[in-house]
Write a protein that binds this ligand. Structure first.
Ligand SMILES: *Cc1c(COP(=O)(O)O)cnc(C)c1O
Length: 396
């Protein structure tokens, strides 16, 4: 076997491949330039068009564009009127923003553990953590695999709780034939460059509920009841601020990019699935790593391709594997540090090690391998070659 790059050998690749990356083409650039030459840079026609296209893609009545995925989560918490002392159940294995949005409103995030095979929120633990103060549940379609929405919806209904889907990993995913975006009472998306489609920074909330939609629009515009368009059409200067909102608007420049990017979503989901099945096949013979489990009733959006290291079959830990892969030219990442282990949550909410054992155990084992539509066959082959080279060198 060839010498590892960390030991001075030849790396598999000379240029580092990242774990995720956007794909911008000439059509995208032309769409943005057209807006720059138009009269509307923000709060114009491209915002409505992007909202309608996302609503049509996920099958909801409404979609409200906001400035990023975190703003989308914050807006969803406002729509639900989460306030001081309210508890909201969130998974431990997610990006911090999923929990932070509850804190923005003065609420208390209550961490539910995840299933150890899929790393999706465990409905049984959700049910265990419901109290008289619980006001909502936020589920995360981790890595792009939809959650167990059958069970989660039952629990939400039984306890009269709204179900929010943080779908930031799952634009284009389906659960029992239903698109993510139309399953929860509210669903949030992000258009950060590592996500499925990008607007640079951007976000969206989708819902079928008209009252929520009205509150989302209020919140993204300072809590002001009319927008510039409505005022212009009525010829009126008057407006009222009826609640405390933010400037969470998305520009027409960004929405034009989003409209153009969204056209490629179906082919990009296919490409992500192709890469994933190539990885699945290549890793079958590797007894020291395993991909996350996957159900047959979903279309996976594969935002991430996460492997779990079987640590009892390896002589080193995750951090060393990460460094060895990086030396081979393969960029990987850890999604995620369980949110309740961050110092902020330990200090402010007295969370601690042992609260969500599956998430904590998985955290020691996980690595996200490169997966994005622009990868070539050569790229994916090199990723698998580097994985088998590194894992092979450290397997017992
Ligand atoms: C990306 C992401 C967010 C935040 O989105 P931003 O656009 O970066 O603010 C929230 N939740 C999850 C699960 C994410 O992956």
């Amino acid at each position: 076997m060839s010498t590892l790059a960390i030991h001075g050998g030849q790396p598999v690749r000379t240029v580092l491949i990242p774990y995720g990356k956007q794909w911008i083409d000439e059509e995208d650039i032309a769409a943005v330039v057209n807006v720059l030459r138009s009269d509307w840079l923000t709060t114009g026609p491209k915002v409505n068009e992007f909202e309608q296209n996302i609503a049509a893609t996920v099958g909801t009545k409404y979609a409200v564009a906001v400035s990023n995925g975190t703003a989308a989560l914050h807006s969803a918490m406002f729509a639900l009127d989460i306030g001081p002392g309210d508890e909201v159940i969130v998974p431990a294995m997610t990006f911090a923003a999923t929990a932070n949005c509850v804190v923005f409103k003065g609420g208390i995030p209550v961490f539910a553990d995840v299933d150890d095979q899929s790393l999706l929120i465990d409905p049984n633990d959700v049910e265990r953590k419901i109290t008289s103060r619980t006001k909502a549940i936020i589920a995360v379609d981790f890595a792009g695999h939809p959650c167990d929405y059958t069970r989660l919806s039952e629990i939400a209904e039984d306890h009269h709780l709204p179900l929010v889907a943080d779908g930031c990993h799952a634009l284009g995913a389906m659960y029992n034939g239903q698109p993510v975006g139309s399953i929860g009472d509210l669903t949030t998306f992000s258009f950060h460059p590592v996500k499925h489609i990008t607007t640079g920074e951007g976000g969206m909330v989708t819902t079928d509920n008209e009252a929520y939609e009205k509150r989302l629009r209020l919140f993204r515009n300072h809590g002001i009841t009319t927008d510039l368009h409505q005022r212009e059409s009525t010829g009126s200067w008057y407006y009222e601020m009826v609640d405390l909102g933010y400037n969470y608007r998305l520009t027409d420049i960004q929405c034009a990019l989003g409209i153009s990017q969204l056209k490629k979503l179906p082919q990009w989901i296919k490409k992500r699935n192709c890469i994933a099945s190539f990885y699945d096949d290549s890793l079958k013979s590797n007894h020291s790593v395993t991909p996350l489990s996957r159900s047959s009733n979903v279309i996976h959006a594969y935002h991430l391709y996460v492997i779990k290291l079987l640590l009892d079959k390896l002589t080193i830990g995750r951090n060393e594997i990460y460094s060895a892969l990086r030396a081979e030219g393969i960029g990987t990442n850890v999604h995620y540090i369980p949110v309740h282990l961050h110092p902020y949550y330990q200090k402010k909410f007295h969370t601690h090690d042992g609260l969500c054992p599956h998430a904590e155990m998985a955290y020691q084992q996980i690595l996200s391998l490169p997966i994005f539509p622009r990868m070539t066959d050569n790229d994916t082959t090199e990723v698998m070659n580097a994985v088998s080279k590194v894992i092979g060198a450290f397997s017992v």
